[in-house]
Design a protein around this ligand. Sequence first.
Ligand SMILES: C[S@@+](CC[C@H](N)C(=O)[O-])C[C@H]1O[C@@H](n2cnc3c(N)ncnc32)[C@H](O)[C@@H]1O
Length: 173
Amino acid sequence: MKMLLEIFFLVVFVFPTAYAFWIGAPILLTPKESIRRAFRYCQIEKGKIFYDLGSGTGRSLIIASKEFGLNATGFELSPILFIISKINLFFSGAKAKVKIKNFYQVDLKEADIVFCFLTPEVMKKLMPKFEKELKTGAKIVSYAFKISQWESIKIINTDNPGKIFIYENIQKN
Ligand SMILES: C[S@@+](CC[C@H](N)C(=O)[O-])C[C@H]1O[C@@H](n2cnc3c(N)ncnc32)[C@H](O)[C@@H]1O
């Protein structure tokens, strides 16, 4: 019985989390003040749609929803982080949602603002998706890493080592 439980834990929690860290980025959290600064700069109207691709423990969702009135959804592949996010959202009272989903499979066409704290390789892989799916004028906020082929509309220096790179989709679609 104990062995069965261990296998269950590995298969359901540990392997998917390791996979998410491997294909996307490991769990590192964006400082809350950096998230706030990015939102302040973007001046997105209340009710607009915010996605965090790889939402970790859900902190950007709580800030987006409670402090900026955005309609926030996070996509997280790690079941452990998904459960932690659910708990955090519940105790914060934020109306944001979190889904256990691979962000490569999320349709981005509704998003007004997309947040990422991922690796440069992953940002590069996401570029064609951003170009294909994001509406004109949608903003991408990338903490710490730039999108190499895109020109940012703003770079915000922070008190932490990571800068915030802000992009706007100017493609006609
Ligand atoms: C560096 S953390 C950023 C967490 C959060 N966005 C923040 O800024 O505080 C990256 C997150 O992406 C998740 N992740 C990696 N690849 C993913 C994928 N393909 N789909 C969904 N989540 C993924 C990881 O599990 C991790 O929680």
